[in-house]
Structures are given as C-alpha cells and as structure tokens.
Ligand binder design. Structure first.
Ligand SMILES: [Zn+2]
Length: 167
C-alpha cells in the first residue's frame, strides 16, 4: 500500500485513508483542524486590517485634522507594534483617552510617541468604564421602600430571587 505523510501532524498513513487537499494528503481530522486554524487566523487578520484603518482615520481626520505627515506617524505605529506588541485599536483608544478624555494638548512634532507612556493608564480607564457599564446594564435600582417590606415580612434566607421588574 502506498504511504503518504500528513503535512499537518507529520505522521505516515496509507494513502487510501487520507484526504487529498491541494497537492497533499491529510488525515481527515488534521485537515479539519488545519482549516479551522486558518479560518480564525484569517478572521484575525481582517479584524486587524479594520482596526488599522480606524486608527489611520482617527489620526488623519480627528486628531491632526489632515495636517500631519502620515508616513511619520505610521512609522511610529509600526515601531510601537513591534516593540510593545500594542494593538492598533489599543493605540487609538490610548490616544483618545489622552487627548479627548483627559484633554491634553497636542505637542507639535512629537507624533504619537506618547502612547507607551499612557497605554497602561488608558487600559485601566477603559476596563473600569466597561465594568461600570456592565454594572449599569444589569442593575436597576429597586424602590427602597418596597424592598424593605419584602425583607421584614420574611426571613432573609427564605427570600426568593427578587424579580426587580415585578416590584
Ligand atoms: Zn495528520
């Protein structure tokens, strides 16, 4: 029987048991895993592309109002990404935090070199914001009076789950 080597797991198998894909022969399972991996990798690349576009739009139209040398900024972006592993979306959010939320003044000629110094603080700010938002979405303040009645009428451990809507 002819033997082939699965390029994914590097194991040999009988050709009859393999699945042909492109010019190679795979185990059925290996091919599925491989394709799944490539699918998510592609999705990630698409997302990154979209995030990079957002960052560029933000820099060009919002932050610098079309008065900046983009090639200079994009070189900084590339360097920071390689050096610190920052995501494009993270850089954009860090700058939004620094300039729009904290209201810092833009310094001529510095480009966006501030990012590594503000990144952590910005991250914490957004994490907190998200936490508060979640909290606000799930929590509806019940009427104090009605809750007091409910608690005084029953033992605490016997209280059913309170459906805020029904109070
Ligand atoms: Zn395999």
């Amino acid at each position: 029987m002819a033997k082939v080597k699965c390029p994914f797991c590097k194991q040999q198998m009988n050709k009859e048991e393999s699945v042909k894909f492109g010019a190679r022969y795979y185990h059925q399972d290996c091919l599925e895993v491989k394709q799944k991996k490539e699918g998510s990798k592609q999705a990630l690349e698409e997302k990154e592309k979209a995030e990079l576009k957002d960052l560029k739009d933000y820099l060009w139209f919002e932050l610098y109002n079309q008065k900046v040398q983009m090639s200079f900024l994009m070189k900084q972006v590339k360097n920071m990404r390689e050096e610190h592993g920052f995501r494009y979306k993270g850089m954009e959010l860090a700058l939004r935090y620094h300039y729009q939320i904290k209201g810092e003044k833009l310094q001529e000629g510095h480009g966006i070199g501030i990012i590594p110094y503000i990144y952590e603080e910005a991250k914490q700010y957004y994490a907190l914001l998200l936490e508060n938002k979640k909290h606000a979405e799930t929590f509806t303040e019940p009427s104090t009076k009605k809750v007091t009645v409910a608690i005084s009428n029953r033992k605490k451990e016997e209280l059913p789950v309170i459906d805020i809507e029904s109070l």
